[in-house]
Design a protein around this ligand. Structure first.
Ligand SMILES: Nc1ncnc2c1ncn2[C@@H]1O[C@H](COP(=O)(O)OP(=O)(O)OP(=O)(O)O)[C@@H](O)[C@H]1O
Length: 220
């Protein structure tokens, strides 16, 4: 499956956030999006998902235009920046609701093996993030959108999530953004930088410095 997003124009009042955006992602590939604070990364993911309306947008899957919000096609899932599992839900209930086997999760993250019956709001911010990222990654959807999956995670958990992303990409198209650019660079097959409302396909990492996303000499 190849998904392409094109022709987006997003304004808030008369402030232009995105214009001249193009992104291509496909099954078996991880597509990274980088950009400084406020550059429009989250808005872009919400527009792809279909939860944020823009003035224009064109989404194509395998060359066919998708005219309704992508989430209505049942092909996409999305990890937002905020928590999406309600506070008062027990972990085992959350896994059941999203149809994700608990056993696989505790196999990968043993530290949770006694936590099946605890409520989501009894976990730390990083633990919640880890569980939500796992649930989104393991869903049976073909397109996965991840908005800052690494924030609040400790280094070992970041490595585990990266491994999981690499495993899942075999059957999914994964689009990911995070400020931990080194991890994005590490796992991405292609990288787009959002700058001045436009996406720029990065062919050489040095361009991240040229476009002043990183300060000069960072990559030396
Ligand atoms: N509902 C809204 N109303 C008005 N402006 C908004 C709204 N949502 C986002 N914006 C603005 O759009 C711009 C892009 O926001 P977005 O959240 O997409 O940035 P981002 O690249 O994800 O930033 P960060 O890395 O800091 O999370 C910002 O200037 C933000 O203030």
């Amino acid at each position: 499956m190849i998904i392409e997003i094109d022709n987006i124009e997003l304004y808030f009042k008369d402030k232009c956030i995105l214009s001249g955006v193009y992104l291509k992602s496909e099954t078996g590939k991880i597509t990274g999006i980088l950009g400084s604070n406020g550059s429009g990364k989250s808005c872009f993911l919400k527009i792809i998902f279909g939860s944020l309306k823009s003035k224009y947008k064109l989404v194509r899957i395998d060359n066919k235009p998708i005219l309704k919000p992508l989430y209505l096609t049942n092909q996409v899932t999305y990890l937002p920046q905020h928590h999406f599992i309600p506070n008062n839900v027990k972990l085992k209930t959350a896994f059941k609701l999203f149809n994700i086997p608990w056993a696989g999760f505790v196999n990968a993250f043993e530290m949770f093996h006694l936590n099946k019956n605890i409520h989501f709001n009894r976990l730390s911010g990083g633990e919640r993030r880890l569980i939500e990222t796992y649930i989104v990654l393991k869903s049976n959807k073909k397109i996965i959108l991840l908005d800052e999956p690494f924030s609040h995670l400790s280094p070992l958990h970041i490595e585990k999530i990266k491994t999981l992303i690499e495993e899942e990409k075999n059957k999914k198209a994964i689009i990911i953004t995070d400020h931990m650019y080194n991890h994005i660079v590490d796992i991405s097959d292609s990288i787009y930088l959002i700058k001045n409302g436009c996406t720029k396909l990065i062919n050489d990492l040095k361009e991240l410095e040229d476009y002043k996303y990183l300060s000069a000499g960072t990559l030396n």
